[in-house]
Design a protein around this ligand. Structure first.
Ligand SMILES: [Fe+2]
Length: 295
């Protein structure tokens, strides 16, 4: 197997235990605007698999940030000024975050599985992504907003259908339902970014009492400049905390899942979807596997 997306390990394909034979062409290699996907580095893969979350700092330029912050602020403070069908982070310049090359590199590695459907075709190609975007929302938090609400964990011990799953075999992992949080403002450790119990996506034990204290050393978080992206498996124990910086937290949250699975009850407006480039539209195709291909 020769793919740069790292499926050298033996992985069962659909029929009779034969192995997946994937090449780069089994993965979508460009975004909807033709920009090449940026694969995760070996270090990024290791960090995400070990901790259940991964921060990629400083991805967006200041020009991109300015227009994105302006649009999210408009959604938050003057919703009526935005046409009805554009009232989500997909309705403005933040739409491009949905298939940003850095996000696609993460999704190709930890959400998409390059096995084939009953007709022997892989579940992605150059016209069709191998995952769905099942929810896009924003956060606009000022000082004092947001509260501790720890949830999830133990993903490796859960059955399919739960969606808060994490499964791995030597050299390959699948993170189930995942989130990409694009931080459009700086986040300093302790100022209210998302917090995690690293490694809890693989935990075999019930969380101890100390997990219910946000100040416990079990919890970890991050510092990052504006324009960073945070990926995490919903299977890792995580929580919001109260935002206490002077500037607001402005963030876009995109949730992804396999093409055959869905947790959220959310869809973009049909008119908005129809106006997207064709490849981006495949993020919103129906929820099933068999013959669910474009192109
Ligand atoms: Fe969550």
């Amino acid at each position: 197997m020769t793919s740069k997306f790292g499926n050298e390990p033996f992985m069962f394909n659909k029929d009779l235990g034969r192995s997946v034979k994937a090449t780069d062409q089994h993965f979508t290699l460009s975004d909807a605007d033709g920009n090449p996907v940026i694969p995760l580095t070996q270090e990024q893969k290791y960090i995400f698999d070990t901790k259940g979350w991964l921060l990629v700092p400083g991805v967006l330029s200041s020009n991109q940030l300015d227009s994105m912050k302006e649009f999210i602020t408009q959604l938050h403070t003057n919703l009526e000024s935005v046409p009805d069908y554009k009232r989500s982070p997909l309705g403005g310049p933040t739409q491009s975050l949905s298939d940003h090359p850095v996000a696609l590199g993460f999704l190709n590695e930890f959400v998409y599985l390059p096995y084939t459907d009953g007709r022997g075709r892989p579940l992605a190609n150059q016209n069709c992504y191998g995952y769905r975007l099942e929810m896009s929302a924003y956060r606009y938090r000022i000082k004092g907003q947001g509260s501790f609400g720890p949830h999830n964990g133990n993903g490796q011990m859960r059955f399919p259908g739960d969606h808060h799953t994490y499964h791995c075999l030597p050299g390959k992992a699948n993170a189930g339902l995942v989130r990409a949080i694009w931080e459009l403002m700086p986040v300093n450790e302790g100022s209210g970014g998302t917090i995690f119990i690293s490694g809890s996506h693989k935990s075999a034990f019930t969380a101890p009492e100390s997990a219910y204290d946000p100040n416990s050393l079990l919890w970890e978080t991050y510092t990052c400049p504006a324009g960073s992206v945070l990926f995490f498996s919903e299977a890792v124990t995580h929580s919001a905390v109260t935002w206490n910086a002077v500037h607001p937290r402005i963030a876009v949250l995109n949730s992804y899942n396999s093409i055959g699975g869905r947790w959220h009850n959310w869809e973009p407006h049909p008119r908005l979807m129809a106006e997207m480039p064709p490849l981006r539209q495949t993020l919103f195709r129906s929820v099933h596997v068999s013959e669910n291909l474009v192109g």
